[in-house]
Design a protein around this ligand. Structure first.
Ligand code: FPP
Length: 245
């Protein structure tokens, strides 16, 4: 057996201490438009790209990858487009994030999931259960997700609990509130990436990204690869994080 000569810190070096990367997957529509194809082809390509990227990110040793797949605002898009994205969720939850294809990646869904079509909600719960003990990358898929909505849902849950337990208002701290967020137990992302040249957060992980480093690239989501992730990590490692100090 090959002897392990590097220390754990050295082994971790390609990641520069990064455990969690969050991505706003933007540009599917423009990717399709450039090729004179309908938007749903761009989303299909975007989903295929995610399927490949999660394997590459897992091989790289990344612990958490969050992806913004559908926002609370995306329902305002054409019915046809919304349906085609929902169709992709169905297909991927059934065929690719579980079963034969996936034996290592833990899947977690965040967002207002109860408002999703019932079958997607149920499939999501099944996939979470089936992959709960997998030890590789944790893929966090934000569906019907909005950062403000998450905070309001958390506040409601906290209030119900405070009333039940007669807890004093002084006990409302950031750490106590955090327990009611969808992402409780998941470390905050060190890096948030947005593809396609847009420079906005668009209601993604508002609480969790408070001190994240942002990385923007003009690459459209269907063309984004693990090499872009490595570039983002490289840039991150050259930045100084001060957390307000
Ligand atoms: C943003 O690009 C993309 C979305 C709103 C949908 C993201 C969905 C996927 C990548 C596919 C499904 C994912 C899973 C988990 C199977 P856009 O349409 O806003 O692009 P544009 O700004 O160029 O129009």
């Amino acid at each position: 057996m090959k002897e392990l000569t590097s220390s754990p810190a050295e082994l971790n070096e390609p990641l520069a201490g990064v455990e969690h990367i969050a991505i706003i997957m933007d540009g599917n529509g423009r990717w399709a438009k450039k090729r004179l194809m309908p938007r749903n082809v761009g989303h299909k390509k975007g989903a295929e790209n995610l399927r490949k990227l999660i394997k590459d990110a897992d091989s790289l040793g990344l612990k958490y990858l969050s992806v913004y797949a559908f926002s609370t605002e995306n329902w305002k898009r054409d019915k046809e487009e919304v349906e085609s994205i929902m169709g992709l969720f169905r297909k991927y939850l059934t065929e690719y994030f579980t079963g034969n294809e996936n034996k290592n990646i833990r899947v977690k869904l965040i967002g207002n999931l109860e408002a999703l079509p019932k079958d997607i909600f149920q499939k999501g719960k099944e996939v979470e259960k089936e992959t709960a003990n997998y030890t590789g990358l944790t893929l966090i898929i934000a569906i019907n997700y909005g950062g403000r909505d998450e905070i309001v849902r958390a506040a409601k849950k906290m209030l119900i609990n405070l009333q039940k337990t007669n807890t004093l208002i002084e006990n409302i701290t950031e750490a106590a509130f955090e327990k009611y967020l969808d992402t409780y137990t998941i470390p905050h992302p060190e890096i948030v990436i947005r593809t396609s040249g847009e420079l906005r957060i668009s209601n993604f992980l508002l609480w969790q990204a408070a001190y994240s480093e942002f990385y923007f690239t003009n690459t459209l989501w269907p063309d984004f690869t693990i090499e872009d992730i490595k570039k983002a990590i490289e840039e991150y490692s050259s930045r100084e994080r001060r957390f307000g100090k």
